[in-house]
Write a protein that binds this ligand. Structure first.
Ligand code: CO
Length: 138
């Protein structure tokens, strides 16, 4: 069911400092911060030759990553993202096995403009898993 690895997301306490470190210390190509109000985060994309890293910082009062940063004040890996071809088919297949989908269970539009869902970390070895419906190959 899962296809390509899409990205790993790291929650950071200071987005400017983290962007600078990825750009200047690690020498990576780093985007400008992009606010994602629907997801309660500001994202910086780190473009690598074979994948992406996303640096996440809370945006707004009810950010879903605030609690994570409270528990991990110096930051940490927040989730990993796998691509799927059909997110509704994937969701139904997973639910049938007892896996829990977070939120209301309906896909939201993610940071790349594609539908995404999150799976409960307790069902996947302590790792929050994001599924993203990849754009069909042109
Ligand atoms: Co993500």
């Amino acid at each position: 069911m899962i296809g390509r690895f899409n990205h790993v997301a790291i929650a950071v306490p200071n987005l400017e400092e983290a962007s600078k470190k990825y750009r200047e210390v690690l020498g990576a190509k780093v985007s400008e911060p992009q606010p994602e109000p629907d997801h309660g985060v500001t994202v910086v994309f780190v473009e690598l030759p074979n994948t992406k890293v996303e640096l996440l910082h809370p945006l707004g009062e009810k950010s879903p990553i605030q609690g994570f940063l409270d528990k991990n004040p110096s930051g940490g890996i927040h989730h990993i993202c796998y691509e799927v071809e059909d997110i509704i088919a994937a969701r139904e297949q997973l639910k049938a096995t007892g896996a829990r989908v977070l939120g209301d269970g309906n896909p939201k539009i993610g940071a790349h403009g594609n539908p995404v869902l999150f799976l409960h970390p307790k069902d996947f070895y302590g790792t929050l898993v994001e599924l993203e419906q990849a754009k069909p190959a042109a």
